[in-house]
Design a protein. Structure first.
Length: 424
C-alpha cells in the first residue's frame, strides 16, 4: 500500500525472506505481509479495512502505520502477529519464522539517523521498470504533512549502494530506473555535505546498457544549474521533473510553510524550460487548505493556467492530527474541497489534452510494456509518462512486437491523458 518508496521496500524485504518460503496469492497464504501507508486518514482507514479482510491469516504489518501502533492492537486484531518499523526490516527473515510458529512480535523503534541498508531485490513491478529508493525521511517542515513524524530526519543512502542496485537491475533487463525519495533533490547533504543528485545521475548515465533514468519528487528550491545541465546532457535521463508545489496562492503557501514567492516559482519554471525546452513537468497540488477562500482558489487556478503543467495531481486537504495545520482556523468543508478539486481537474484535463495534441504526427521513442487483449493493442510509455501516475501510449501494430523493448512510433491521436500511436 502507498507510494513507490513502499514498493522499493517491499521488494527488498521479499528478497530477505527465508529460502523455504513460498510466495503465493493472499487467499492461499498462511502469512500476509502488509506494507502500509499512514500519510492520510483515508490511508490509515484502508489499513484497518485490510486487516478485517485478512481475518484468519497471520499478518505482518510494516510501513508507516507500524510506528503509530501500540501492542494493544494485537488484542483488537487477533490476525495481527507482527508490527515492524523500518529499523527492524533487516530482521524480517527471523520475524517471519517466529510468526510461522505463532509468536507475536512487536518490533517498533524510533526512526534511525542513518539509512538502513537492505541488500537484494525481488521485483514486483512490471519488468520494464524498477524503483530505487535513494533516501528515507524528510527535513522539510510543511505544516500539513506527517512524513517527518512518521519517517524521521532525512538520511541518504550511500551512493555506491544505489549504483550497485542499478547495475543489478540493468543486467536483469530493466529499461527504466526510477529514483525515489521524499525529496530527491536533497540527496547527499547528510552524507557528503552537499547535494549529490547531479553526481548520482552522472554515475548512473555512465553504466553500460540501453535504459532510461527518471527522477521523481524534486522540490523547486533544489533545482539548480548543476542538476539541469546533467539532465540535459544525457539521452538516458528522462526530460521529466516531478516538482511538488502544493498551491499557487502566496498566502496559502506561506501557511503551508512552502516557498510562497510566486514570482520566484514562475521564474524557476521559466528557467527550467529555457534550459530544457522539451522538459515534462508534473506537480502535486492541495485544495481546501484552511483559509482557502474563493479568492485564493481562483489564484490557484490562474497559476495552473499560467504554468501549463503537463501533469497535475490534485488532492483534497486532509486534516491530520500531529500536524501544525490541524489547529488552523477557517477549515474548509468537505463539499467545497470536492467541488474545488473537480474544477481544478477539469482545467488541468484541458491543459493536458492540448499538450498531448502537440505531439500528433511526431515520432517518439517508447518503451513497450504489455499487450492488452481487450484493446488488441500494445501499451507503452515515452519519457513524458511515469508509470502508475501518468498516461500511456496505445500502439496498434499488424505484426507482433517484443515487450520490454524500445520502439519508435508515430503519434496519431491524442486524448486528455493518453496517446495513440502506430509503429514506424
Amino acid at each position: 500500500m502507498g507510494c513507490p518508496k513502499n514498493t522499493a521496500d517491499t521488494e527488498s524485504l521479499l528478497a530477505k525472506l527465508p529460502n523455504d518460503v513460498v510466495l503465493t496469492n493472499v487467499g492461499m497464504a498462511d502469512i500476509v505481509i502488509l506494507n502500509t501507508c499512514a500519510f492520510l486518514k483515508t490511508a490509515r482507514n484502508e489499513v484497518y479495512e485490510k486487516l478485517k479482510i485478512l481475518k484468519g491469516k497471520k499478518v505482518v504489518l510494516l510501513g508507516c502505520m507500524a510506528g503509530l501502533l501500540k501492542e494493544d492492537e494485537f488484542k483488537a486484531y487477533p490476525q495481527l502477529y507482527a508490527i515492524v518499523s523500518g529499523v527492524h526490516y533487516p530482521e524480517i527473515s527471523d520475524i517471519v519464522k517466529s510468526v510461522d510458529i505463532c509468536k507475536k512480535i512487536y518490533a517498533v523503534s524510533p526512526e534511525p539517523i542513518k539509512y538502513v541498508e537492505m541488500e537484494g531485490k525481488f521485483p514486483i513491478t512490471n519488468p520494464s521498470y524498477a524503483y530505487i529508493k535513494i533516501a528515507e525521511g524528510c527535513n522539510n517542515a510543511c505544516s500539513f504533512c506527517l512524513i517527518p513524524r512518521l519517517k524521521g530526519v532525512y538520511r541518504s543512502r550511500p551512493l555506491k549502494s544505489i549504483i550497485d542496485e542499478a547495475k543489478y537491475l540493468i543486467k536483469t533487463g530493466v529499461k527504466e530506473i526510477i529514483l525515489v525519495a521524499q525529496d530527491c533533490g536533497y540527496y547527499g547533504v547528510d552524507l557528503y555535505g552537499r547535494r549529490m543528485l547531479p553526481e548520482l545521475l552522472r554515475k548512473l548515465c555512465s553504466l553500460k546498457g540501453d535504459f532510461w533514468i527518471r527522477v521523481l519528487y524534486v522540490y523547486p528550491e533544489r533545482i539548480d544549474d548543476k542538476l539541469l545541465k546533467v539532465i540535459k546532457s544525457s539521452f538516458k535521463i528522462c526530460h521529466y521533473l516531478d516538482i511538488p508545489l502544493q498551491h499557487g496562492d502566496p498566502k496559502i503557501l506561506k501557511s503551508m510553510r512552502r516557498p510562497y514567492e510566486i514570482s520566484k516559482t514562475l521564474d524557476k519554471i521559466r528557467y527550467i524550460r529555457e534550459m530544457i525546452p522539451d522538459i515534462i513537468l508534473r506537480t502535486s497540488m492541495i485544495v481546501g487548505f484552511p483559509g482557502e477562500t474563493d479568492k485564493e482558489f481562483n489564484n490557484f487556478l490562474h497559476f495552473l493556467k499560467k504554468i501549463q503543467f503537463d501533469h497535475v495531481g490534485v488532492f483534497e486537504y486532509s486534516r491530520e492530527k500531529g500536524t501544525d495545520a490541524y489547529n488552523l482556523p477557517n477549515q474548509v468543508s468537505d463539499a467545497t474541497k470536492k467541488l474545488r478539486r473537480h474544477k481544478a481537474m477539469l482545467l488541468q484535463q484541458k491543459i493536458s489534452f492540448e499538450r498531448n495534441k502537440s505531439l500528433i504526427g511526431l515520432t517518439q521513442r517508447i518503451l513497450i510494456e504489455q499487450y492488452d487483449k481487450t484493446k488488441k493493442a500494445y501499451i507503452g510509455r515515452n519519457m513524458r509518462f511515469a508509470p502508475e501516475i501518468d498516461g500511456q501510449i496505445i500502439v496498434k501494430s499488424k505484426s507482433s512486437i517484443k515487450l520490454n523493448q524500445f520502439y519508435d512510433v508515430i503519434i496519431v491521436k491524442a486524448e486528455p491523458y493518453d496517446l495513440n500511436a502506430s509503429i514506424t
